[in-house]
Design a binder for this molecule. Structure first.
Ligand SMILES: [Zn+2]
Length: 272
């Protein structure tokens, strides 16, 4: 999965420092990342004429910073390029930097009183100097659900068009609402999107998914009753697939891909 960058170590404990020559600098423009024309990232030594470098995090001994790089001698790539970028730790770093960029961009002013926010010194947070409103980075918790039936088939969905360009196989998924556990979110999302009732929830794994600002929780569960009634606003189709049926899941970066592989390898079955 995209965050699995071993043997490299991701350090996001709050330990900001000044940039040094070999540190990497990200710049974004909306949904696009700014890279060098050869699709590599800028180093601080190439940008010492700029100012306002915001510390993000480190991987091993390399620190990553955010700034605004003029478009001149640079290219602009949709952030989705990071899904299969090599080396993978830099793809992960870039999209994680983009998640933080989005948060900094939308936290410039206080949502309560409109005053310009200032960074808090001792942790990653923004504070309103006027009313004291304290805002931490926003992460949206969400669930991915592998639903199995008694024939040991898994429910594979395709999103309705309004979810954009992702046309590949997916699993039932949705964001947690205020006031519910992730387990209750699983049951509600499955019911809403498919009409099915599910039991025997088994937690699988989690992953950060910065493309949607999310933290994803993967569960397998069993369909206990009900016929499929699709929510056509959310899903175009939902079909049961056997382990050796063809699946259309690009890459291995996502929790969805990891869960489908786990299913196809026979490592999860109905009822256990
Ligand atoms: Zn305020």
């Amino acid at each position: 999965m995209i965050h699995e960058i071993e043997p490299h170590q991701f350090h996001n404990e709050w330990n900001p420092r000044k940039p040094s020559a070999e540190d990497i600098v990200f710049s974004f423009d909306g949904n696009n990342a700014i890279l060098k024309p050869d699709r590599t990232f800028f180093h601080f030594r190439e940008l010492t004429h700029l100012h306002d470098f915001r510390y993000l995090f480190s991987i091993d001994d390399t620190a990553f910073f955010l700034t605004e790089i003029p478009q001149g001698n640079a290219i602009s790539l949709n952030i989705n390029f990071a899904r299969d970028y090599e080396p993978t730790e830099l793809g992960f770093a870039c999209v994680t930097g983009w998640h933080l960029y989005q948060w900094y961009k939308t936290t410039r002013y206080c949502g309560a009183c409109g005053t310009r926010m200032i960074p808090v010194g001792n942790e990653r947070a923004m504070r309103c100097p006027d009313c004291g409103n304290l805002v931490y980075p926003r992460i949206n918790p969400a669930v991915i659900v592998g639903i199995l039936n008694e024939h040991n088939e898994i429910l594979v969905t395709q999103y309705a068009i309004r979810h954009g360009e992702y046309r590949h196989d997916a699993l039932v998924a949705g964001y947690c609402e205020i006031g519910e556990s992730v387990e209750n979110c699983v049951k509600r999302e499955v019911k809403e999107e498919t009409g099915l009732t599910v039991t025997n929830l088994r937690y699988f794994n989690s992953q950060p998914w910065p493309f949607s600002g999310s933290l994803l929780f993967g569960f397998f569960c069993d369909a206990s009753e009900g016929n499929i009634h699709l929510d056509k606003n959310e899903l175009k189709s939902a079909v049961w697939k056997k382990r050796d049926d063809p699946f259309d899941v690009p890459g291995s970066a996502s929790l969805t891909a990891c869960m489908i592989e786990f299913f196809r390898d026979g490592k999860v079955s109905y009822g256990r």
